[in-house]
Design a protein around this ligand. Structure first.
Ligand code: RIB
Ligand code: CA
Length: 307
């Protein structure tokens, strides 16, 4: 079977971590690189978390050196949401894996060239690394088959009234990705991801099942549930990056709407807002909903991989 070459750009991050667990368990994917970027927590933590996750999962992929700050704005992190270390306080063992000698944007370009137009890219954090790559290598946009972003919202933001976190951290980078000529652009926003939010019981049923990584997955799932209940009085858990990864792996579980989207990059009152409309030139497939039953089946299959 020809495997699907993918590059993951992320800011682990508890939900990024579960998304990487899913990607690694998917036999049809070949994860060529996981590139960390500053986001949920400072780059020093997102990068170390990426290295340790790759080692812990036994993955054979490159880990490029990513951006430690957004293109233009000041750094903006969410330590209270992911724990100050980014993994809710779970300490993964330090392994032997080291960073690639190349920067994330160079790694992305090299893997895109090697994949000869078949590379699929998923961005689970701010788009800083990918924006730099698109500017450094003008031909890159023609070499990426699809890009899936966990980004945006058509409803209330999670950083303020308007903006979803990844876009708020680096709105200019997100706009650069949207302006690119990458063939297929998909965006899984807070509202679409919410259609597959899990209850505590569903999370226990999935992430608690016995496997060689259950201690980690169960800890992360319980951290997310406790945080959501204690910080926002939520009774369901919107594991945003995991939903985006599932939709990229199996687009048939997702229902998208073709929209026009641009990012508010100037008005500091609403900076980072995803301005989405059904009018105008369509530049994006925006997630409306995903099939929760099939999503949960994918996650149960994922845990069986690690038995
Ligand atoms: O707004 C949610 C997104 O921002 C997720 O990707 C989370 O990990 C953070 O990066
Ligand atoms: Ca993320």
């Amino acid at each position: 079977m020809n495997k699907r070459p993918i590059v993951i750009d992320c800011d682990p991050g508890v939900d990024d971590a579960l998304a990487i667990v899913l990607a690694n368990a998917c036999p049809e994917l070949e994860v060529k690189a996981i590139n960390p970027v500053a986001g949920n927590v400072p780059y020093s933590s997102t990068s170390e978390n990426t290295l340790r996750l790759v080692d812990y999962l036994g993955m054979d992929c490159r880990v490029g050196k990513g951006a430690d700050r957004p293109l233009l704005l000041e750094r903006f992190t969410a330590g209270k949401v992911h724990g100050l270390d980014g993994l809710g306080g779970y300490v993964l063992p330090k392994g032997s894996k080291d960073f690639d000698e190349k920067n994330a944007w160079d790694v992305l370009y090299e893997e895109a060239v090697k994949a000869k137009g078949e590379l699929e890219l998923i961005i689970l954090g701010p788009c800083t690394n990918v924006a730099i790559a698109l500017k450094a290598y003008p031909e890159l946009e023609n070499l990426i088959k699809s890009v899936t972003l966990m980004a945006g919202t058509r409803g209330k933001g999670n950083t303020n009234l308007f903006a979803e976190f990844n876009v708020r951290v680096d709105p200019h980078a997100t706009q650069i990705v949207l302006d690119s000529k990458i063939k297929e652009k998909y965006m899984c926003g807070l509202d679409g991801n919410l259609t597959v939010a899990l209850t505590r019981e569903e999370g226990d049923e999935i992430f608690g099942v016995e496997s060689r990584i259950t201690e980690f997955t169960d800890y992360i799932a319980k951290f997310i549930d406790h945080r959501n209940k204690s910080m926002w009085n939520l009774t369901v858990n919107n594991i945003n990056d995991l939903c985006a990864m599932a939709c990229m792996i199996d687009p048939s579980i997702a229902e998208y709407s073709d929209v026009n989207c641009h990012i508010e990059c100037f008005n500091m009152e609403s900076i980072g807002q995803t301005v989405i409309s059904e009018e105008g030139e369509k530049n994006l497939h925006y997630l409306i909903k995903a099939d929760k039953e099939r999503y949960m089946d994918m996650l149960k299959e994922m845990m069986r991989y690690y038995k």
